[in-house]
Design a protein around this ligand. Structure first.
Ligand code: ZN
Length: 208
């Protein structure tokens, strides 16, 4: 089966996508991971991607579509896959429909207020370690457990950037909910519950 996970930033969709990917032994394809990998390389593509992401904007459709098309040509997706972070616009969804069939779309819903609360609780360290004051705070206040450096709020976790991302989500990604509802493949999940409860709910609903 081929799955898509939908949901705003901090909805926990990445966590759930990874859990499902382990259970089904199918690849978890995250555009965020693919983009971060490219940014780390620091080449022309990486720099272009970084400029969009840091401003809280979506990476343009043609760039994202090309990246995903290339990934979906690999052999490991034969028995299914889980897409996380794609599609994010109707144009991307239509592009995807042309290259492959999607069986289920899992929409994890949280309120804007909850999203802002979760994201503004994130802290990062220059060494790469990340924390969330709500779920995994550092042992000493504002100090990295691993390297002892002072923690900071990443530029795309700052309220201005989060607000832009949520606005973009409502404008461009929310219409996908109706798009997949019309195709009768949408599953709606309440994301404001414990991780295990959400996971069980997903397993229940996809096996129906
Ligand atoms: Zn550190």
């Amino acid at each position: 089966m081929n799955f898509i996970f939908l949901g705003p930033q901090a909805s926990g969709k990445g966590t759930q996508a990874i859990l499902l990917s382990k259970k089904l032994s199918t690849p978890h394809i995250s555009t965020g991971d693919i983009f971060r990998e490219a940014i780390k390389k620091g080449d022309e593509l990486g720099k272009t991607l970084q400029s969009y992401i840091e401003a809280g904007n979506l990476v343009p459709d043609d760039l994202t579509n090309k990246t995903i098309e290339k990934r979906l040509r690999e052999n490991d997706i034969k028995n299914g896959f889980i897409l996380d972070g794609f599609p994010r616009t109707i144009d991307q969804a239509e592009f995807l429909d042309k290259i492959i069939q999607i069986n289920k779309v899992i929409d994890i819903q949280i309120s804007d207020k909850e999203a802002v609360h979760r994201i503004s609780s994130r802290r990062s360290c220059a060494c790469g370690k990340t924390y969330n004051l709500l779920y995994n705070p550092p042992k000493k206040e504002n100090i990295c457990d691993l390297c002892g450096a002072e923690l900071f709020v990443r530029s795309d976790d700052k309220p201005e950037s989060v607000k832009i991302r949520l606005e973009t989500y409502h404008q461009k990604t929310k219409p996908l909910v109706d798009y997949y509802k019309e195709k009768n493949i949408l599953i709606t999940i309440d994301g404001e519950r414990p991780i295990e409860t959400i996971y069980e709910d997903i397993i229940n609903k996809i096996s129906k």
